[in-house]
Design a protein around this ligand. Structure first.
Ligand code: ZN
Length: 171
């Protein structure tokens, strides 16, 4: 399979094309920015190779430890990390669990230690307002994340195919 550096080059090489196509099709700067940044994030930090000790994993810095259970649970290149749609959705769900735990802990600290009251009802209303307002951008982000992951899985598959073909031709 291609090295982390090759995957980076593929991501960076595809970025201008993805950006131009999105801009032409959507005619929206915010959708283009959402999709392109999600594609870049997915290609460099949120891709399928988070299932091993990889460049993507190392880029999470001191937060990289959150991906250790994910690596323990999944085999490298399993369909759950490298498969279309399911790979991205599972990573989003997994990251969401960590973010949820972080938010809950912050909420407890603010209310218990900081003595700051949080009205969960108004917080939920705000989240719902944001969801309705930025739904198209959210969908563009999902698409960008998936495209970034698929560019990775596709190049993995292509590389494996080339290797096995060369091996067969040698004998
Ligand atoms: Zn891979």
């Amino acid at each position: 399979m291609p090295s982390g550096r090759t995957h980076d080059q593929i991501t960076l090489g595809m970025l201008p094309g993805i950006t131009i196509i999105t801009l032409v099709l959507s005619r929206s700067a915010s959708l283009t920015l959402s999709l392109s940044s999600a594609f870049l994030f997915s290609g460099l930090m949120f891709g399928p190779d988070l299932d091993i000790y990889s460049v993507q994993y190392k880029r999470w810095g001191w937060l990289r430890g959150i991906w250790l259970p994910y690596q323990k649970l999944l085999h490298h290149r399993s369909w759950l990390s490298h498969g279309p749609i399911i790979g991205t959705l599972l990573r989003l769900f997994y990251l969401g669990l960590w973010l949820g735990m972080g938010a809950a802990l912050t909420g407890v600290l603010l209310t218990q230690v900081g003595d700051i009251s949080i009205e969960s009802q108004s917080l939920l209303q705000q989240v719902e307002q944001y969801r309705q307002r930025y739904l198209p951008e959210g969908l563009a982000i999902l698409l960008g994340l998936e495209l970034g992951a698929m560019s990775h899985s596709f190049s993995d598959g292509l590389s494996s195919l080339c290797k096995s073909t060369f091996k067969r031709l040698k004998f």
